[in-house]
Ligand binder design. Structure first.
Ligand code: GTP
Ligand code: MG
Length: 196
């Protein structure tokens, strides 16, 4: 099993970023929160999405960070994506505030080389469930650091996600340049399918 996205997501991830002001062009706004234990790759994910940069060292995030991009999908739809980078250290303080407004998607991060970050997902899922307003799509993302040995194997994460009725994707933020766009396209595909 390769734990990658399906064809529809792969097609949708072939989107174009629109730079500059696009008044009136946006037909859908999506708010996606990045949550998970410290040092699992949330800020790296955000930086990859906005400026294709991989932070070289772990500087723990201390405040909620927000980035947005306007993208044109292959089908012409223009979507504004807001990514909220929730600091691992203060997530239980930040999340209730963040979820006071509707969030359309949550990415739950763990790192494959660090079992504790995976074991905490159960609690984090329960914690966030309490605050959702409306339907919120969820994705479990296992960040595989190519320079570290796995403590959690992909099949374990796949089984855990299955028990929760969720999808799991294995990513490598350093070596796979398309994976961030694919995660974003995953939420857009869910939203288009089930809410339109
Ligand atoms: N090798 C490798 N390193 C990665 C990957 N993703 C992130 N890193 C590194 O892991 C470290 C931590 O990543 P961050 O993105 O800062 O982690 P975070 O989840 O934002 O952590 P907090 O802000 O403390 O919650 C950084 O040094 C990144 O360069 C990956 O896919 N592969
Ligand atoms: Mg961070």
């Amino acid at each position: 099993m390769d734990y990658s996205f399906d064809n529809q997501v792969l097609e949708l991830s072939d989107f174009t970023k629109l730079f500059g002001h696009t008044p009136g062009a946006v037909s859908l706004s999506l708010k996606i929160a990045l949550v998970g234990y410290p040092a699992t790759g949330k800020t790296t994910f955000l930086r990859k999405f906005t400026d294709q940069v991989t932070p070289p060292t772990h500087i723990p995030s201390s405040t909620l960070d927000l980035a947005s991009e306007v993208i044109r999908m292959p089908n012409g739809l223009v979507v504004e994506v807001f990514l909220y980078d929730v600091p691992g250290q203060t997530q239980y303080i930040e999340l209730p505030k963040l979820f006071a407004n509707r969030c359309h998607g949550v990415i739950y991060f763990f790192a494959h080389h660090y079992a504790y970050s995976f074991n905490r997902l159960e609690y984090l899922l329960k914690f966030t469930e309490k605050y959702f307003l409306g339907n919120c799509y969820k994705l479990i993302v296992g960040n595989q650091f190519s320079n570290r040995e796995n403590e959690i194997q992909p099949y374990e994460a796949y089984e855990f996600a299955g028990q929760k009725g969720l999808d799991y994707i294995k990513i490598d933020l350093v070596n796979d340049s398309k994976v961030v766009d694919q995660c974003i396209a995953y939420f857009i595909s869910k939203f288009i399918k089930e809410e339109s």
